[in-house]
Design a protein around this ligand. Structure first.
Ligand SMILES: Cc1cc2nc3c(=O)[nH]c(=O)nc-3n(C[C@H](O)[C@H](O)[C@H](O)COP(=O)(O)OP(=O)(O)OC[C@H]3O[C@@H](n4cnc5c(N)ncnc54)[C@H](O)[C@@H]3O)c2cc1C
Length: 441
């Protein structure tokens, strides 16, 4: 039996293996491809490129690079003017400014923060978009996060055809022009050392491949590591830096509607494009169809929740029929849009993200900086050229999300492959040298 299984496994040697085809992994492939070409192999367990950058069309498919099929964002969707590293990746984007946001709290509806000042800081908890900010998390690490988050101002940009075009186009470039080898639907099962093997010290097993590698860029999110076994995976997972990272679970629900009911409200006016509330489990809704280029889609992301409601939505999503899920969505929306009749959606897509973003556990004595620095050389028995961890979760400025994944990749390429980048020089978040690569390496 073992012999038959062994024969089904394809054995390959690949000098540089990139684990994960999210923003961090795709960016690493993009930068390395011109110099290392088919020496690069990328593996991802998903059947699409992008990881948490996940855009779907009306049929639920994730269109490829440069595809112009309209999409809605199930994962990331925007970046900011101040994120110059993202802008330099040169993806066509649309600027969109929110018009009317409804904040529905304590039985009242507000359209401006000023209206709420009488209730002062008690409102913070009731009105802030993300509930996990009020979880039991490491206070110092959170203040760093908050500091970064508060600097995300200025115009907001929405890449045409979605944020997933960033990783998809970078991967397209790496695989089409430079023959980097991409393997989708390939879950990493184990990562081991090969004793006394200096040339190819790593062996990586997936469902169909056994890969020998010289260098690894592991661009897998912390929860992705959970089911990976082997000496290397086990040592990374048991490290205190890794254990201090706390993934935050969220849910997103997208709906397509037969008509644009949000434009009919006399209470709020016709340009409502965002809603957030803690009075029901809608939590955060975004009305994509207020954006000129998406208007004809009649699409919304009607739920984005990271608190207790995740469990309620998860339970409804797990039911065999969508009836209760739809009723709960309609109930939540009708309690805010009391003057509008909302018909059932024509289509719903749901996604539970087990690790949407990352904080640090409350009792951690490790700093964000230490995590970012550790990720560049996580196991002392290897040198920094051989193995690094990449991604938003391993970068010290996590509040910048996708850009954090890209910057983590830039710094790992500097450390592992001696790349020299000058894009940090124009970056406002490097002021005072806080996030300069040389600080971490
Ligand atoms: C709902 C939502 C909204 C968001 N909104 C924004 C936004 O508007 N702007 C923004 O900048 N960011 C946003 N983000 C965050 C942003 O998407 C992430 O920070 C970024 O995409 C992370 O990239 P990454 O490469 O670090 O990780 P990921 O994208 O998670 O990539 C990790 C990859 O590893 C793969 N993987 C994991 N385990 C295995 C395994 N065992 N074998 C093989 N492959 C594996 C995964 O499939 C995945 O492709 C949002 C995220 C979510 C979920």
């Amino acid at each position: 039996m073992k012999k038959i299984i062994d024969n089904l496994i394809n054995r390959i040697n690949c000098p540089i293996v990139i684990l994960g085809a999210g923003a961090g992994g795709s960016h690493s492939a993009y930068r390395l491809a011109s110099s290392h070409k088919k020496q690069i192999c990328i593996f991802d367990r998903n059947n699409y490129i992008g990881g948490r950058a996940y855009d779907r069309d009306y049929n639920g498919n994730s269109p490829g690079a440069y595809d112009t099929t309209p999409i809605t964002a199930q994962g990331s969707m925007r970046f900011y003017e101040v994120q110059s590293v993202m802008k330099q990746l040169a993806i066509p984007y649309t600027e969109y400014d929110y018009k009317t946001t409804i904040i529905n709290a304590r039985g009242k509806s507000y359209t401006s923060i000023n209206e709420m000042c009488d209730e002062a800081c008690d409102f913070l908890k009731d009105t802030y978009r993300f509930r996990s900010w009020f979880k039991n998390i490491n206070a110092y690490a959170f203040m760093e996060y908050y500091d970064h988050d508060s600097k995300l101002n200025g115009p907001i940009y929405y890449p045409n055809q979605g944020m997933s075009q960033f990783p998809k186009r970078m991967m397209y470039n790496a695989t089409t022009f430079y023959d980097a080898r991409l393997y989708l639907n390939e879950e990493i099962l184990s990562i081991d050392d090969i004793p006394n093997q200096n040339c190819y010290p790593f062996v990586i097993e997936t469902t169909r491949y056994s890969i020998r590698a010289q260098q690894i860029i592991a661009a897998i999110d912390p929860l992705g590591w959970q089911s990976i076994t082997g000496s290397i995976a086990n040592d990374i997972k048991s490290n205190e830096h890794f254990q201090s990272i706390l993934p935050i679970k969220t849910v997103t629900i997208q709906c397509y509607w037969p008509h644009r009911w949000w434009e009919e409200s006399k209470i709020y006016g016709s340009d409502v494009d965002r809603i957030w509330t803690r009075q029901n489990c809608i939590t955060i809704a975004e009305i994509f169809s207020q954006r000129p280029e998406q208007r004809f889609q009649n699409a919304t992301r009607i739920v984005y929740d990271d608190g207790q409601c995740v469990e309620m939505w998860s339970a409804l999503i797990a039911r065999s029929s969508q009836e209760d899920l739809i009723n709960e969505i309609l109930r939540g929306l009708q309690s805010i849009f009391t003057d509008v009749s909302i018909q059932r959606p024509t289509k719903i897509f749901t996604k539970i993200w087990q690790g949407d973003w990352h904080f640090q556990t409350a009792n951690s004595h490790i700093t964000n900086r230490q995590i970012a620095s550790w990720a560049l050389n996580p196991l002392p028995r290897f040198n920094r050229n051989q193995l690094s961890l990449v991604g938003e979760a391993f970068y010290l400025n996590r509040a910048i999300w996708t850009e954090a994944a890209v910057k983590s990749s830039l710094i790992s390429l500097t450390s592992q492959f001696n790349f020299k980048f000058n894009c940090f020089e124009n970056d406002s978040t490097t002021s005072g040298g806080r996030f300069w690569p040389s600080d971490l390496i």
